[in-house]
Write a protein that binds this ligand. Structure first.
Ligand code: NAD
Length: 352
């Protein structure tokens, strides 16, 4: 079997701590070969190359795509820094894995989506929560139930570890940067989202650690195409205590399902429990590599096209919160009739 030839654009936290370790068993088995790394930081790309031993290193993705015969590329760069990495990749007929949030510029995402569709290549957005076996169990259960409502509660703890993830104008806020995973998971369970309405609690200067300007709280309501509703509440206030909370609950007729990465509980009874702690990054990597080998874009659970509704849902929450909670239709957002762009000035949300 010919190994899948991989390239990486962006060798930061997620590539080196999650994707490359997740790919390690496939590399060891000879199913994948790390052909090339590209990072705009020469110092960083050389440092990571010493650890992961790719065939070549670059500081320019175009040169990498030109010179290396790649089958697939992981694009793992901060969301405001996308230029033509995804476009150049897919226009060369190379499969693309792109980290969430795909970009903070929805008009750019629309262009990338069109290019990925035109190229007909395998694509995957890094929504790895769909790859937990527990997520599959919930999907199975919901095939015979009618979900009416879902609830996500995410109270993040700790300080952001990178400058850009502590700044609203650079990461879009915690709801966009982090809660997008759970919003996407709700879509995996309940289908597409049509409407969003949100209220945020603003962080004033001096409230919380510098240089953070993220809202304290994000309170978001969604309507799904099915008619079901969801509330997603996120807080970013717990910075100095060892406390956090993650809850995903789905209510159907006579069924209260609680999801976690390890376990699924229905009406108080455990109906699934993982034998060992699953690594969703590794499961997602295997699925991606198999889809690339098969040349089958339909195999991935979060293609670029599929991920558009999740991206619109979180950017739509920002658009609504900055308009005093006004209901935002995600179709209007994708069509550019309503817009959200990262704020200028001090970078904080406008009128949250
Ligand atoms: N799936 C998850 O759970 C998860 C977790 C963390 C981050 N992420 C996402 O992964 C993406 C990257 O985040 P990160 O934490 O790795 O960021 P990071 O800041 O740690 O690393 C980003 C790297 O990209 C490089 N870079 C920037 N622009 C580049 C370009 N044009 N070409 C080549 N290299 C470039 C930077 O030099 C840096 O090394 C973000 O979209 C983030 O939201 C996902």
């Amino acid at each position: 079997m010919k190994p899948v030839r991989l390239g990486f654009i962006g060798l930061g936290h997620i590539s080196t701590h999650a994707h490359l370790p997740g790919l390690a068993p496939l590399i060891e088995a000879g199913e994948v070969v790390l052909r090339a790394f590209c990072d705009v930081s020469e110092e960083n790309v050389k440092k990571q190359a010493e650890v992961f031993k790719p065939g070549a290193v670059y500081t320019d993705h175009r040169a990498m795509l030109e010179k290396e015969g790649l089958d697939a590329v992981y694009v793992c760069i901060p969301p405001t820094l996308h230029t033509d990495e995804v476009l150049t990749t897919v226009e060369k007929g190379v499969a693309v894995f792109v980290e969430k949030p795909q970009t903070l510029d929805l008009a750019q995402a629309v262009r990338f989506d069109a290019a990925v569709r035109k190229a007909g290549v395998v694509s995957q957005v890094g929504f790895m929560s769909r790859y937990y076996p527990s997520s599959e169990k919930v999907r199975d259960l919901l095939r015979e139930r009618t979900p009416r409502h879902a609830q996500v509660q995410l109270f993040y703890g700790g300080k952001p570890i990178r400058y850009w993830t502590s700044r609203y104008e650079l990461c879009g806020g915690s709801f966009v940067e982090n809660t997008i995973h759970m919003v996407d998971l709700l879509r995996y369970f309940l289908g597409d989202i049509t409407l969003a309405s949100a209220f945020y609690v603003a962080r004033r200067p001096g409230e919380g650690p510098e240089p953070m300007n993220l809202p304290h709280v994000y309170n978001v309501s969604y309507r799904f195409a099915s008619g079901a509703t969801a509330n997603c509440t996120t807080s970013r206030v717990l910075t100095n205590v060892n406390a956090s909370r993650r809850e995903v609950v789905i209510v159907s007729d006579d069924s209260l399902i609680e999801w976690s990465g390890q376990k699924v509980v229905e009406n108080g009874k455990t109906v699934y429990e993982a034998a060992e702690r699953p690594n969703p990054f590794a499961l997602q990597a295997r699925a991606f590599v198999e889809a690339v080998r098969a040349g089958d874009p339909g195999r991935m659970r979060s293609s670029y096209a599929n991920g558009m509704n999740s991206l619109a849902a979180v950017l739509g929450a920002n658009a609504s919160a900055e308009r005093g909670g006004q209901v935002v239709a995600l179709d209007d957002l994708i069509a550019g009739k309503v817009t959200w762009t990262p704020p200028r000035g001090d970078g904080s949300p406008r009128n949250p």
